[in-house]
Design a protein around this ligand. Structure first.
Ligand code: MG
Length: 339
């Protein structure tokens, strides 16, 4: 097996702002695994917040090159385990490698990955479309530009949150979700929850910073809306602590280290009675196609990453107006576009 790394700069359709910062382009490292005629792809969307810089992700993958290239790929989860000693501190790198291994595995077997797991793509819930923080007029324009999505996720964490949700509510009858990206206090979360519920908001994602454990316990008890963990649930080790503090968790492949640990998190979260969401970073169809493989196991889906880009890196699973279009192709269905 040959390991090849591709650097991408993916332009966003609009500047994308959340509670902690703004992006106009997304830098990404795409992993290719080549085995004879077959090629599998996985993506690491680079992120300063998660300390997944190009330098760190590339160096981590280079450290695993010898193990990867000598590996007979029969089971992607075995490759994940074999590279864990080298990549445990580098979940974005580990995820890109694991997703590439799954894509390649399915392609070698001639079957889509979700089907090899016994899942039916038709049962995947529709995805939300995310509206980043901006002026009220721009947020309304962003929703009007994408009027056919079945659910919208609104980034909040500013003094205008309620005004924004009220204004967006006037624009659509679709359910809304809000994501504060750690931008609220416990008082704000509890205070806003019942009004948001009355405005047709389904849940609040990550209201508080992960370190505010006591505040989160209060929000869990007193909030009128379910609370979904994102920054508080990065990987497998975080799942148990979310029970009794959150109503559900948002799994992102690059936070947890790939499809292999994501499937274990799903099983554990279900056993604990947690609801499940799959999310993404701003990432291309390479990353989205991998995450889409677990979408049939989810209660909520937020896989609009590629829909936020002005130019994509690949074809694969397409999410259009919130609906999944799985290609009739093996693996995760990823094929890189010519550059
Ligand atoms: Mg989030």
């Amino acid at each position: 097996m040959q390991l090849i790394l591709h650097e991408y700069i993916l332009p966003l359709a609009h500047p994308f702002t959340i509670a902690r910062g703004s992006l106009t382009e997304q830098h990404s490292l795409i992993v290719e695994l080549r085995d004879g005629a077959h090629r599998g792809y996985g993506e690491a969307p680079l992120s300063d917040y998660y300390d997944a810089t190009l330098e760190r992700v590339r160096t981590a993958l280079e450290s695993a090159r010898a193990v990867v290239e000598s590996y007979p790929l029969t089971d992607p989860s075995a490759l994940w385990a074999a590279t864990a000693p080298l990549l445990a501190q580098h979940p974005f790198a580990h995820s890109a490698l694991d997703c590439a291994a799954h894509d390649l595995w399915g392609k070698k077997l001639g079957q889509p990955v979700h089907r090899l797991w016994g899942l039916d793509a038709a049962t995947a819930p529709a995805s939300s479309y995310t509206i980043g923080i901006d002026t009220l007029d721009v947020m309304i324009a962003k929703l009007r530009e994408r009027p056919h999505w079945p659910v919208y996720k609104v980034k909040v964490g500013t003094p205008q949150d309620l005004e924004v949700v009220r204004a967006l509510r006037q624009q659509t009858t679709a359910p809304l979700r809000v994501d504060a990206n750690c931008g609220w206090s416990a008082e704000e979360a509890i205070g806003l929850a019942s009004t948001l519920r009355d405005l047709g908001v389904e849940f609040i994602e990550q209201p508080l910073p992960p370190e505010d454990i006591a505040g989160q316990a209060r929000v869990f008890r007193e909030s009128a809306l379910p609370i979904i963990a994102d920054e508080s649930c990065e990987n497998e080790a975080d799942v148990d602590a979310c029970a009794g503090r959150f109503h559900g968790i948002n799994i992102k492949l690059c936070k947890c280290g790939g499809l292999t640990p994501a499937r274990r998190m799903i099983a554990r979260a279900r056993a604990l009675g947690l609801r499940l969401m799959v999310g993404c970073m701003t990432e291309s169809t390479v990353g989205i196609s991998a995450a889409a493989q677990i979408a049939p196991l989810m209660d909520f889906v937020d896989l609009d990453g590629a829909a936020l880009l002005a130019a994509d890196a690949a074809t694969g699973v397409r999410v259009a107006d919130g609906q999944f279009h799985f290609p009739d192709l093996p693996g995760c269905g990823v094929e890189l576009l010519p550059r």
